[in-house]
Ligand binder design. Structure first.
Ligand SMILES: [Zn+2]
Length: 292
């Protein structure tokens, strides 16, 4: 994602909170890590029910999913309770269960934005759901977000980087300041809606593994530019937090400045960005296609 000024080294940390356990345990740990390193991050919250357990239905439908779960030790990463939410155990609310943690994010100066109402159902069921379902999903997510923060979100990051044309059309009505819905290599403008896309261009630990993830990210960063690292509260704030700290320290030593995505949005030369439509593509280490 080279910027106008090649000398610039800027890294945005986009932290997706996908589950109840991630919100409860991963986020507090990440808040401490970020504070210790004097870094402001951008948290994208799942607001509503944790239906993670419903992922079990993906085993049957998508063999790549099972392979990914085994390769990344998903039960180790996410915990057994998470694997049962929405099936054998009822679905707890994610961000709505932890208003104090949301307040802490804001008081420490982090950016807080909308990631999901129901993350799991979006990534598994979006394509077969109706327009009304999508609109209702946004309405609930935005209402819950406003309850927690006192304001509407100014950005949206789609769960699992999954979107379709109906989503883009509905997003146009919400007038977000920017979107972070893709894994494109550089920012662009979404056609029709004209909204700026700030993609997560770097690979995440979940896709590459550790310690390989550290060298994979470092080798992309060595040329400088503006980049966004996708982080998951459950993973980098969980059993791989020490690798995350090692990555932050290495990146800092190489001269990078950390910032929020909304600050990146303000730095972008918007009139020079390409206007185009997203595409769906199966990226290495992922079980389903992502928007790029
Ligand atoms: Zn997510």
């Amino acid at each position: 994602m080279p910027s106008d000024d090649r000398n610039k080294k800027v890294l945005g940390i986009k932290i997706d909170v996908d589950t109840y356990q991630g919100m409860k345990n991963g986020v507090p740990r990440l808040l401490t890590i970020l504070e210790n390193h004097d870094i402001k991050g951008s948290f994208f919250l799942s607001i509503g029910p944790d239906t993670s357990g419903r992922a079990v239905f993906q085993f049957v439908k998508n063999p790549r999913f099972l392979k990914k779960m085994v390769r990344t030790n998903a039960v180790g990463l996410y915990g057994l309770r998470t694997a049962l939410y929405g099936t054998l155990l009822p679905s707890p609310m994610i961000a709505l269960s932890f208003p104090d943690i949301v307040r802490q994010m804001m008081s420490q100066g982090h950016e807080v934005q909308l990631h999901a109402w129901d993350h799991r159902r979006w990534q598994d069921e979006l394509y077969r759901r109706s327009r009304e379902w999508i609109r209702d999903w946004f309405e609930k997510g935005i209402r819950g977000f406003a309850e927690l923060t006192g304001q509407k979100p100014s950005a949206f990051g789609a769960p699992a980087w999954v979107i379709d044309d109906r989503v883009m059309e509905i997003l146009g009505d919400y007038r977000f300041n920017y979107l972070s819905c893709t894994r494109a290599k550089k920012p662009f403008i979404h056609e029709k809606t004209g909204v700026v896309e700030i993609p997560s261009d770097l690979p995440c630990f979940e896709e590459v593994g550790v310690p390989e993830g550290i060298s994979a990210v470092a080798s992309i960063l060595k040329d400088g530019g503006m980049h966004v690292l996708p982080v998951h509260a459950e993973v980098e704030g969980g059993i791989w937090s020490s690798h995350f700290i090692a990555l932050l320290e290495q990146v800092k030593r190489s001269g990078y400045r950390f910032t929020t995505l909304s600050e990146i949005r303000n730095m972008l030369p918007v009139d020079k960005l390409k206007v185009r439509k997203y595409r769906m593509e199966l990226l290495p280490g992922r079980s389903a296609p992502c928007a790029v």
